[in-house]
Design a protein around this ligand. Sequence first.
Ligand code: SAM
Length: 439
Amino acid sequence: MAAPASNSDSVEARIPASCPGSISQILYHAWHHDAAGLKPLLNVPGRASVQEPTTGETPLHAAIRACTPANRSALDDGEGEAEAAAVVRELFMSGAIWNDVDSNDETPGCVAARLGLKDLYTLCVEAGVRAELLFGLLDGYEELESDDGEEEETGEDGEGAQEDGKEGEDAGGAAEIESAEDVEVVVDSDRAFVPPKRLNGPDVNSKDYLRSNLTYDDGKLVDSDKNGVMMAWETSIMRSSVEGLLPGLAAGHKILNIGFGMGIIDTMFAETQPSKHHIIEAHPAVLEHVNGPDSKFSKDWEASSPVPGGYKVHGGKWQDIVPKLLEGGETYDAIYFDTFGEDYGQLRMFFTEYVPGLLEEEGRFGFFNGLGADRKICYDVYTQVVEMHLSDAGLDVEWQVLDVDMNDMKTEGEGEWEGVKRRYWTLDKYRLPTCTLLG
Ligand SMILES: C[S@@+](CC[C@H](N)C(=O)[O-])C[C@H]1O[C@@H](n2cnc3c(N)ncnc32)[C@H](O)[C@@H]1O
């Protein structure tokens, strides 16, 4: 096949013919959608996930990137998405990693989405779901490295390149590889993506968060590292969550909310005049905010509760409190879960081990769905993963798609994001889950 004339830096321009199994060779066959040539090279563990050292390009990126209109027409046999799909499948069957990012901070699925390659995008999502289900079975969740400071460094350039119209084909030139010794095969098969809630980076965890100082400041709650714990722009999501859990906002229900934050959802719950309103909150500063002498919350809600004693704040981690509620025979019509600094494994444990016992037969369970919300493909993967895990736990889920007004959202560091370390939400749609017990 001829090399695309317009892309002198492209993979095939730099192939050292003497290096079977080298990064360049593997990328070359992936780029040319040559499944037959690729297959024998993938018989060594890790080969399907080699990364070009300079651009971070993997064979998946190369196979997908070769489908840009410019690159496709440059391939002399006119092949396209179907041929690429065969190669992408071969790579996934050989252990390719679905969520490796290149130097543009794009996973292969991000490239497919940007280029409008729906079938290839779907293959990447399916691979992500399989991988995450497997890691869930192995209980092997680990933080993904893709969203740390590196992203901040590369983000601007990446955006600039796209705005300039330099899509895909110009993004990933391969470095010079003179001999097989130069080849670095990246074996990283035990990586799972853990969609964190409202934060990214391995430096934040529940223990540190619960010890950190918090600041309530002008429409947001941030921790001492300026991670956004809760923000006022989420108010409409909280409103829709309450409407999903309590259709018609009917009064007199028994409600459990985990994670008080700014008290946005609890204020809405209190307005429905529940017969029971239990809140679990672990952070001392948040507890002070709820219960302290200057607080507008607890005193009002205690006074207005239609059932004396119906309003109660349980101070402590839900992991310690929920088992006691269960033992005490408490049940609820509506349960909402929205914590901070905990990984998906905790949410899964909550809805698997506790929700079925705490929920009334006709009750509803919801949670803040921020799983992987800083990247479309991660959000799409985790929608499917959580749905399967909910089903395993005996819960049916209905998704309501809400618009998140991105025009109002400003860019990182501006508007509502000013003073927040990292923008944890980048998507224009929110999938709101409302769960019920399977019959
Ligand atoms: C995102 S905020 C909740 C926002 C809330 N939905 C609202 O409408 O304002 C998360 C809250 O969960 C609390 N939290 C974090 N880990 C917790 C745990 N293990 N148990 C109980 N609360 C926890 C945090 O301190 C924080 O107040």
